[in-house]
Design a protein around this ligand. Structure first.
Ligand SMILES: [Zn+2]
Length: 74
């Protein structure tokens, strides 16, 4: 079954589990900040390369080395 990217809704079979990050740019009265969204989303490779995000560190998903870019998501 094909899944779609949670960000752009384009179907893709190479989706990556990430947490979206909202970046607030620096202003004259506040410094730049990032807000990480709690619930993980599945993004396509294109979105991952274009938008700020955090890798999801889920022990049930990540491989032994923990650094693989392509997990088996079940
Ligand atoms: Zn996408």
């Amino acid at each position: 079954m094909e899944r779609a990217c949670d960000n752009c809704a384009i179907p893709d079979d190479e989706l990556v589990l990430v947490r979206r990050v909202y970046v607030s740019p620096e202003r004259w009265d506040t410094s730049a900040s990032e807000q990480v969204v709690e619930s993980p989303e599945l993004w396509c490779v294109s979105c991952v390369s274009q938008y700020p995000h955090r890798a999801v560190e889920d022990p049930g998903v990540i491989d032994e080395d923990g650094q693989d870019e392509e997990h088996e998501l079940r």
